[in-house]
Design a binder for this molecule. Structure first.
Ligand SMILES: [Zn+2]
Length: 268
């Protein structure tokens, strides 16, 4: 019986006197840097997002708010919170020792399920945010198209992700197909994000009467450094010695973007 343990891209013999890095992902063997997933994990377990959201809703709610306006904000809040849970599930499963008795295929299924719902949450966050801003800037008809495009993106992504979770996807030979589905899913999310540029244009073109809404497009720029770092990920692969990489920067600016959405929504 082998005593070797796979820690991502390296293999360590049990009993060796070495400082072990965190265990790698089971899907593709990518290493986990020391702080992978810790920000979202902390936010999820402390319920910080729900506490912030309660203040946001208290500041935002007034008797004139329609059920639709409330519903779209609740969708955004719930998607962000569930996204934190999925990120914790996907990125921090190695810390919970949940893998001990599972086969490789079961471990892959665990990661893929977390990844699937994580991406669906990102898609829902982008869609609900777009629909909310389109509603605030409702006099621009092209923003209805933006909102519709984003809602369609959620549906399209759901189909792609379902394709990713067929049982045979968990075997070695299916991993190239999995990577294809993953790229397709990321492409759909990128389309949703870049379509938000319409917000920037629409907000800048507002006339004096609506000048208070001119900063609405800022939201796109708050997310941008994170998206930029996500694209850079292949050029800076995580290693066992990394404590902080592009993926961690992506998480940070994603959180900043969610906060900025609430702040701008209350103040504009
Ligand atoms: Zn992540």
């Amino acid at each position: 019986m082998s005593t070797a343990v796979n820690y991502g891209l390296i293999t360590v013999n049990k009993g060796d006197a070495v400082e072990l890095p965190r265990k790698g992902y089971h899907i593709d063997g990518e290493c986990r840097p020391a702080h992978r997933g810790r920000l979202f994990s902390m936010v999820y377990h402390s319920n910080l997002w729900l506490i912030i959201s309660a203040f946001y809703l208290a500041a935002k709610c007034d008797p004139t708010m329609t059920l639709f306006e409330l519903g779209i904000r609740l969708t955004m809040i719930a998607s962000v919170q569930y996204g934190f849970k999925c990120s914790d599930w996907l990125h921090c499963s190695d810390l919970y020792d949940a893998d001990a008795s599972k086969s490789l295929e079961e471990q892959r299924q665990h990661e893929l399920t977390g990844l699937k719902y994580d991406m669906l949450c990102i898609s829902l966050i982008l869609a609900s945010s777009c629909i909310m801003w389109a509603h605030k800037l409702f006099f621009f008809e092209n923003l209805d198209i933006l909102a519709g495009f984003n809602a369609g993106g959620v549906v399209l992504l759901a189909f792609v992700l379902w394709g990713m979770m067929k049982p045979h996807t968990l075997k070695d030979e299916y991993m190239p197909h999995y990577r294809f589905y993953l790229k397709l899913a990321q492409f759909i999310l990128a389309c949703q994000y870049f379509s938000m540029l319409q917000l920037v244009v629409a907000a800048r073109n507002l006339d004096e009467q609506w000048a208070h809404l001119r900063n609405a497009g800022l939201i796109w720029f708050v997310y941008f450094p994170g998206m930029f770092c996500f694209v850079l990920k292949p050029f800076f692969p995580s290693t066992k010695t990394t404590i902080w990489g592009p993926h961690e920067v992506f998480h940070f600016f994603t959180f900043a973007g969610h906060l900025a959405t609430m702040i701008l929504d209350v103040s504009l």
